[in-house]
Design a protein around this ligand. Sequence first.
Ligand code: PMP
Length: 388
Amino acid sequence: MISNVKSGIYDNVVEIIGKTPIIRLKKIEEYFKVENEIYVKAEFLNPGGSIKDRIGKYILENAEVEGKIDKGSVIIEPTSGNTGVGLALYAISKGYKTVFTMPSKVSLEKELLLKALGAFIVRTPTDIKPEAPNSYYKVAEVIRNLIIKKQKFLNDNELSEIVSYVQQLVRENKLDKLQNILNEKVENALFAYIPNQYSNKYNPLTHYEFTAREVWEQFNGKIDYVFAGVGTGGTITGMSMYLKEVGTVKVVGIDPVGSIYNLVKNGMKIEEALKQAHTYLVEGIGEDIIPATVNLDLVDDIVVVNDQQSFSMTRFLAKAEGILAGGSSGSVLFGALKYLKEKNVKGKKVVLIFPDTGRNYLTKVYNDEWLLKHNLEIDDEKILEVLL
Ligand code: PMP
């Protein structure tokens, strides 16, 4: 039995990743007259503030086992958010260095957060194709190639030099130079490693091995529904793999308006779906690609939620339950309640995955001015009336 009460004494912060508690949303059940028991898997209580601590740890542990990294390796990942924090926490515990590439639109706060955890940051332009040599995906590869070319474990000064050089190439738009570095053949080596959460099998496997197993044990197998947002799809795919093995839990994904998951799930070709794809404000869920880490066949249904519904519910949740969660938790809660009402589901045990803390969004979701600037309403109760 996995204990979900962490009251022990631990050797480092990585040891307290996972084993998160379950919290029932009694006030929400009452207010919306939900005739089901609604529980939350409190992933916002992970030490780095999100469910991504789990994959940071498990992906790097497996990279060690497979001989892909060793003390002194540089971990490089194109990420602006939670995955960076998860990787950085594990990297600190084992003496790896971290570099994150992120588009310029990402807030300064996120850059400072990762820097506080010892990471180097390279900024790339926003709104360019992933294949462009100055995209945040490709710049991560540029950095990896330059490190591996040195054929040694770098110290901080040496790494800082490479990071500054690449940042300069990007800033000065030296696309040819970047492309040349990308074209150079380098053998995979221990000196630098890109985990790539969008293709790494240990992303979904984290949730198969841990998140789903924990939930199953916490409820002694007595659950009927799991609702989770779909970003890389790691959470929902891994959890569903496990839950379909041990029982008959229904697994429902939450997708923001503008993402292609719901369209592709309903049979639309990716090229067609892409024509309808557009940007949205909620962070961490939805995609305009179908990554290797998602298996939509394992997702029973997908509910679509818009920014307004997500944010109103996130804000309402904080006031109703004292749970300060990120915007995608509001998406999951809104989507779940809508689904249960529309399908007239009653008397079931329902588990929602709340991926991250709301502290990262105080200046956004929780800031009236920001919402108004984006033409969104701040009267949350009025927006949520549709669920009554
Ligand atoms: N919500 C937030 C805030 C996230 O950062 C993520 C991860 N992208 C998700 C939801 C979705 O998780 P997954 O990538 O496992 O689908």
